[in-house]
Write a protein that binds this ligand. Sequence first.
Ligand code: UT7
Length: 344
Amino acid sequence: MSNDIIDVSMISNNTKKIKAAITAIGGYVPEDFISNKDLEKMVDTNDEWITARTGIKKRRILKEKGKATSYLAIKAANDLIKKKKLEPDTIDLVIVSTITPDFHGASTSPTVASQINASNAYAFDINAACSGFLYGMSTATSYIESGRYKKVLLIGADMMSSIVDYTDRSTSILFGDGAGAVLIEPSKNEFGWEDEFLRSDGVGADWLKIKAGGSLYPTSKETFEKKWHYITQDGKTVFKSAVSEMANATEQIIIRNKLDRNDIKYLLPHQANKRIIDATAEKINLDKNKVLMNIEEYGNTTAATIPLLMHDYESNFKKGDKIILAAFGAGLTWGAAYLTWAYN
Ligand code: UT7
């Protein structure tokens, strides 16, 4: 063999692929909440309608003045740090997925990184609405798989109460505040992030958005009077798209990973509406007992729903469990992912 010919088989034999895995979880929701009965006094609605149409009973609300999304994210991160006995200065990167940053212009993640003493980390935000955690996982796992970083802290956090119009019965019944955090590291076993199927489509941007406060409609007296600083949606259209796209993305993951539905241990779907979740599970023919939910307690916490599910059900997960994540949100953004749980 001449000197300038490379033996490719030697390279592949010597290069072991790094797998990324979730190695710790934290979560936080505020104590205060708005119940369906409370909402009855605020808008023309009732507990029966909300329960039957959404599955939601309560949504947690961060009421204290001077506290914002960073507060929720810091609480979730510190919960993780404490449980994992993690030295914060070993974290390389902090990502906060949110559509309710403390400020526009300055991202929220540097505040979070500083407050949790992640002194050797850099930090950035991801804005992908209800798909924010999935998009964040894609980013975080890529950094680990490439070998560039060893510890990435991903936090899905949203203070939805800051953008909800409590005179609008189509949105005020749905959203709540919360945060969930995961640590992503190189896996010490064969389990971890397996596959993802992510998509977006700007054609549906109008269906779910906060119209004002961006560069197209900077905040003005007019936008304020028109209430464009609040979240609005075309609920029915979002509902239908959420079911079809979450089901399709999950199906893609099942097919290309040759997964047997019986072998899937859990589906962790974004918690937007119990009927969306039920219809998605039915469409992909997945046993309802495998579908995890906490929507009744928290409502839709946007980027926080999936990590909060992980936080609440962490003790159920066993090493090697095959888990599917699925989400759909504003943008439009959506996707599904497949992971094998990496610790007991
Ligand atoms: O993460 C993505 C974020 N967003 C979503 O995922 C939202 C997806 N969409 C939804 O969850 C549902 O579309 C809603 C919960 C927003 C609405 O449920 P729906 O089953 O689509 O109700 P609808 O808008 O078709 O309204 C049905 C009826 C209407 O009355 P009529 O015309 O049949 O007499 C509404 O006026 O229910 C009425 N209605 C309500 N009644 C009591 C609508 N909202 C309410 C309410 N309380 N809050």
